[in-house]
Design a protein around this ligand. Structure first.
Ligand code: ADP
Ligand code: MG
Length: 301
């Protein structure tokens, strides 16, 4: 990992439903992302963790400008992305990719997986010759651990893990530097999850990739992420080096998430006591800000 900051967000905000409700006349705004700030260094994996509905996917989508932020700044390699026109954004699109939770939903059932992986190469006119493109697709299949002969097959012929490998092959086709992986292993069998996590790590080393890795629990985060950001109701309540988060969690919500990690040993698992989190009394007040509690370690207080 380098010291160079690849991506930086400051006070990022996304509010849905600003318009007033037709019948009630009341504004029903949802602050999906509420003044979120963080940096990601080149070659780093930042984990983004929090329960369902906490704003993780919205953060990922807004970061890639797939959805417009309602406030804040995004900088990529020192270039400000917020406020750029569609055409000005285009050169950055190639650099930033996303992988979704459901590996089947993102595939096209009527397209061979080879054509699916080749498509971005055609759209971006990266490789002109057909034979060269096929060779690149074969290379991409090998990189994600799939036999290149599988390129002629259709999505329904694959297992969940293999489908996610196809999605990863497409995401790296344009040689991006940054990937948002939005719960990429959640829908997979537990036995397959570690393999896909290993693939992410392997590709990071080979290609120098930087990841924002989204998850709803902390179980795989420890092995994959250099730092972790914990999200609760649109806000980051704690962010820090993975070791510090696991050894010395500062926010009550982080402690609750840590206590919810299942343990493989059934005897220990049956003795485990999840710590509840009380939203009414333990949530940080609206005026709270991220305060340092250790090297690179901050808590909302
Ligand atoms: N397109 C949308 N329109 C309205 N509300 C949305 C939309 N997308 C997400 N939300 C709301 O924003 C909040 C955060 O959602 P999301 O980012 O999907 O959370 P997570 O990925 O952590 O489960 C939720 O309350 C959700 O209902
Ligand atoms: Mg989500």
């Amino acid at each position: 990992m380098s010291d160079e900051i690849l991506l930086s967000v400051k006070d990022l905000e996304k509010t849905y439903g600003h318009e007033r409700g037709l019948l009630s006349g009341k504004s029903q705004a949802v602050r999906a992302v509420d003044k979120v700030s963080f940096d990601i260094k080149r070659g780093e994996t930042l984990g983004l963790v929090g329960e369902s509905g906490s704003g993780k996917s919205t953060t990922g989508r807004v970061l890639l400008q797939l959805d417009k932020p309602t406030g804040g700044e995004i900088e990529f390699e020192g270039n400000r992305l917020t406020g750029l026109s569609k055409s000005a954004l285009k050169p950055f699109r190639r650099q930033m990719q996303i992988i979704f939770q459901d590996p089947y939903a993102s595939l096209n059932p009527r397209m061979t997986v080879g054509d699916f992986v080749e498509e971005p190469l055609i759209v971006h006119r990266l490789i002109r010759g057909r034979a060269e493109r096929k060779a690149r697709v074969a290379e991409l299949f090998e990189m994600v651990g799939l036999d290149p002969s599988f390129a002629k097959r259709y999505p329904h012929e694959f297992s969940g893990g293999q489908r996610q490998r196809v999605n990863i092959a497409r995401a790296i086709a344009l040689d991006p530097s940054f990937i948002v992986a939005d719960e990429p292993i959640t829908a997979l069998d537990v036995s397959i999850q570690a393999q896909i996590v290993n693939l992410f790590q392997d590709l990071q080393q080979r290609l120098g990739l930087t990841y924002l890795f989204i998850a709803h629990d902390l179980s795989m985060i420890r092995y994959l992420c250099h730092r972790v950001a914990v999200m609760l109701r649109g806000r980051i309540v704690e962010i820090g080096p993975t070791e510090a988060i696991f050894a010395n969690p500062q926010h009550a919500y982080t402690r609750a998430l840590l206590s919810a990690i299942p343990v493989p040993d059934p005897d220990i698992e049956s003795q485990r006591h999840p710590i509840p989190f009380d939203y009414a009394t333990q949530n940080s007040p609206p005026e709270a800000t991220l305060r340092p509690v250790g090297p690179e370690h901050f808590v909302l207080a």
